[in-house]
Ligand binder design. Sequence first.
Ligand code: ADE
Length: 314
Amino acid sequence: DDRPTELRPPTSRTQSRSRNSSVNGRSMSSPADFEFGRILGEGSYSTVMLAKNIHTGQEFAIKVLDKGHLKRKDKMATAMAEKNTLVRLGAGHPGIVRLHSAFQDEWSLFFVLDLAKNGELQSRISKLGSLSLPCTRYYTAQIVDALDYMHSKGVIHRDLKPENLLLDDKFRIKITDFGTGKIIDTGATRAKTFVGTAQYVAPELLENSETSKSSDFWALGCILYQMISGRFAFQGLSEYLTWDKIKRLDYSFPDGFDEDAKDLVQKLLVRDPSERLGAGEPGTPYDLKHLRSHPFFAGINWTTLWTDPAPPLE
Ligand code: ADE
């Protein structure tokens, strides 16, 4: 058995045994349809590569998952769940990375995704230290709008963080990495074992492992805090101490933190998931209508949010 155990660019392999599946009934592609370029990102079970369709010239980000590794770590179902989540989200929202097609060969699964040319929001925050108020307002509004859509399709992200918020060629948000996403049948919570990235984990996940769309709004509060201040809302010397701070709601605002943003953060970083702004049932004072009309978003035109030019990234 001379099969490689490491991920190699798929163009160097035989294509004879590749299987194709179309996502939307049109494209039947295979690794041979793409010219693979540089690595855009690496995860525990996957590598995202720049890829160009050799017939159309269109560029994509292709997520390559190593089947051997997935099987050894019992993560095959997780990969399938990620694909199912992406299929469910479809092409329905500009703020969510879209799956164009999926196929596999003997060694790998391939997810052909929207290319977000300007990379992770995390690296912008790191480079700039923090983001300007207009930028923070714009990106927070785009995340809210995308979350609204995602939740309406029954999908909870569960690991929202600036590393999973990509920027496209027009510097608009594209949410990615549904590898830990969850499809829910109802608005009800489900007991789960998954816990996301320490700094963005909601207290209910630490206390009773229950996750709902509200957990995504907690993460939004953490992200908003971070965009403005340049630091984590909750950060301990270890993961355990970070969790401890989250459970005790132990965080504070640096001097000069915008008052409207502060009020919004305080209404998102709330221990009771049902009392988080955006997370309540329609008609309650905590629903998305109330989130969208929060004073922090004054000046946001929700109907032209995805066509208006992005404010300068600063
Ligand atoms: N890194 C991870 N996913 C990506 C994508 N879809 N576009 C650009 N860079 C990425």
